[in-house]
Design a protein around this ligand. Sequence first.
Ligand SMILES: Cc1ncc(COP(=O)(O)O)c(C=O)c1O
Length: 417
Amino acid sequence: MSLASVVRAEEKLMLPTYDRHKILFDRGRGVYLRDSHGRRHLDFLSGIGVNALGHGHPAIQATVKHQAGRLIHVSNLFFHEYQAELAARLTRISGLDRSFFCNSGTEAWEGALKLARAYARAQNSNGRKPKWRILALANSFHGRTFGSLATTGQAKYRDPFAPLLPGVSFVAFNDLEDLQRQFDGSVCAIGMETIQGEGGIRPVSQEFLRLARKLTASTGALLILDEIQCGLGRTGRHFAYQHYGIRPDIVTVAKPLAAGLPLGAILTTERVARAIHPGMHGTTFGGGPLTCAVAIQFLRLMERLLPHVRKAGSYFRSQLEKLKASHPCVCEVRGMGLMLGMELDSSELANSVVNRLMERGILINRTNETVLRFLPPYIVQKKHIDQVIKELNAALSSLCSIPSCGKRQKSIARSQA
Ligand SMILES: Cc1ncc(COP(=O)(O)O)c(C=O)c1O
């Protein structure tokens, strides 16, 4: 099928949820994708943080082939051999005790919210009113299902579907005073992305995360971290919260976990897990033998790549910082490891740069209007980073106009206040 015929058919047959770029991909190898015209694209987006090992990794291919030939699905009514092993690996690297497997990021986050409510209820079986409020962050993104939307602090995702789950309040990003002011004994959980992804690659501050940990610990509320985009090696450590020296009560992961197959997980402590009993939560597909076998293989490979992610990430960041120094339209470079963002001074410019890079065979995207997002696979090499920097430099040189970063930064501060 040609690109034109696929576009025509989709326009007629699909729900119009996506505004896709007009490229038809049909194969991938390493850091490259190939389109239907045989053109090569350097993939610095990894399917939005999913293909962390790049495309066509031989060990992943071998595991998929082997396991697909043996057993793909049994449901959670029965045992198979991989859930326990995967749970053992995830709990070991996270410092948590128990796992639950599902199919996607939003489903992991939904489950985490349910767990927080169930835990609060279990703590108050003596007749006191359970804690029930949830504090989430302005500018956050947790997914598209109702609970996730209710905790997503961006009107454009929420408003078309209101009313949403009650009991959620939003705290201004990294605002210690606002967090302190909104937290009280009715809060059952504070939930946040350790690094906001869709919100423009914004790491929470050390002080903010520590305060959230301190407040929740003081009342028996839970700290839930969404590491669906920033976890599992993306920042050069197993989890982004490990850069902060704290341990949350619940963590959600998904994107890279099964190297492109759909798998998410909730990780939590023994204490919280005691609030869940058979029948309270579940899934038909989640944690099947195929996805779990692949996830075990992914975690083995990820382990060896962590030092490389740190080194490649710090080199990439230093090169982006150099571009910032020479292009006044670059407002800020943010992120950790291989989760990096470059904020430009207008959404039009960011859009033009993404399109210019795409014309030059480099895939990145724009998030939060003005931010170029880079999520290359963990196997990326210096030469790939150099190529992106060269093309980015050329694009900024020809597209940057009058700098207005100051204006843009002030308007963000105002909208978050
Ligand atoms: C931080 C974060 N949480 C949750 C989600 C939702 O994940 P999914 O699209 O797999 O439902 C995403 C997806 O981009 C995400 O970045």
